[in-house]
Design a protein around this ligand. Structure first.
Ligand code: CP
Ligand code: NVA
Length: 308
């Protein structure tokens, strides 16, 4: 069963195949109306369940449109509308849905819920964000860098600034599998997940924790940040104060490679993790990045259903 739960489990060849498919499919359907299926409609007749325990704009729309462009259809529900919200066990839910749909995407509060669902499901399960990781987002980020720079991600240098959250964890996994350098500019006490870091380091990944924003971005090809307070986290003045030196502003971007690009998964908080000047400026690729969720996830769906 090819579940897509994180970026550490698939091989480098598997992730490369997903990225190559995403580039090719995006190019092939240029100019088509957004709701029209790709010419080969490879998932004709297939159904994808989209389940959300937390809010979403990009993940919801991009997955619904992804399965449609592959020839299939989506059933989208919030977990609160399901018996899941009244305490029906996750594994029973997995067994029932596996009889009715061809794949399940879950956005979960806890990564453990996603793992329970995957263990009991007999169809592929896809991570649409948990407290631990957001693998689909980072595939879209890599796709965006590659299409903009015209080079493959291996050998490039990325800087991540701010909170060591789900986005940071998935970047750590991607760097160690796909072979790019990652410098994490994060304040003490807000490090990425220790198990994720340990696995990446054991794999020989070039992943460094630095405590200075300037040192993190020096000569980087890509500068990435994310919200300082993630969904489900408590808003805290102390945390915001600790994050302030890691705000991405124009002076910080000037220390990166002159052709460096800026990425943010969105939603953004202008004036907190990034200034308006940077996110709305010429180095920012955030709108391409958001669109690329769609293209990346089409390839993820094909990989999960063993069409790649
Ligand atoms: N980047 C992202 O996952 O956005 P949503 O929360 O809107 O899905
Ligand atoms: N780290 C953010 C990402 C949102 C797409 C969160 O979990 O809220």
């Amino acid at each position: 069963m090819r579940h897509f739960l994180d970026l550490a489990a698939p091989t480098a060849a598997g992730l490369r195949a997903i990225l190559d498919e995403a580039h090719a499919r995006k190019a092939a359907r240029k100019g088509l109306p957004k709701g029209l299926p790709d010419a080969d409609a490879p998932l004709d007749g297939h159904t994808l369940a989209l389940i959300f325990e937390k809010p979403s704009t990009r993940t919801r729309f991009s997955f619904a449109q992804a399965i449609r462009q592959l020839g299939g259809s989506a059933i989208t529900v919030s977990a609160g509308e399901m018996q899941l919200g009244r305490g029906e066990p996750v594994d029973d839910t997995a067994r029932v849905l596996s009889r009715m749909v061809d794949a399940i995407m879950l956005r979960a509060n806890s990564h453990a819920t996603l793992e329970t669902l995957a263990n009991a499901a007999s169809v592929p399960v896809i991570n649409g964000l948990t407290d631990i990781s957001h693998p689909c987002q980072i595939l879209a980020d890599i796709l965006t860098f590659e299409e903009h720079s015209g080079r493959q991600v291996a050998g490039s240098t990325w800087a991540y600034l701010g909170d060591g959250n789900n986005i940071a964890n998935s970047l750590v996994e991607a760097a160690s599998v796909l072979g790019f350098d990652l410098r994490l500019g994060v304040p003490h006490g807000h490090d990425p997940d220790s198990a994720v870091m340990a696995t990446a380091c054991a794999r020989g990944g070039s992943v460094d924790l630095v405590r200075s924003a300037e040192a993190a971005v020096e000569g980087a090809d890509v500068v990435v940040t994310d919200t300082w307070i993630s969904m489900g986290q408590e808003d805290s003045k102390a945390k915001l104060a600790a994050m302030q030196p890691f705000q991405v502003d124009a002076a910080l971007m000037a220390r990166a490679n002159p052709s460096a690009v800026f990425l943010h998964c969105l939603p953004a908080h202008r004036g907190e993790e990034v200034t308006e000047e940077v996110i709305d400026g010429p180095a920012s690729l955030v709108w391409d990045e958001a669109e690329n969720r769609l293209h990346a996830q089409k390839a993820v769906l094909l990989w999960c259903l063993e069409r790649l």
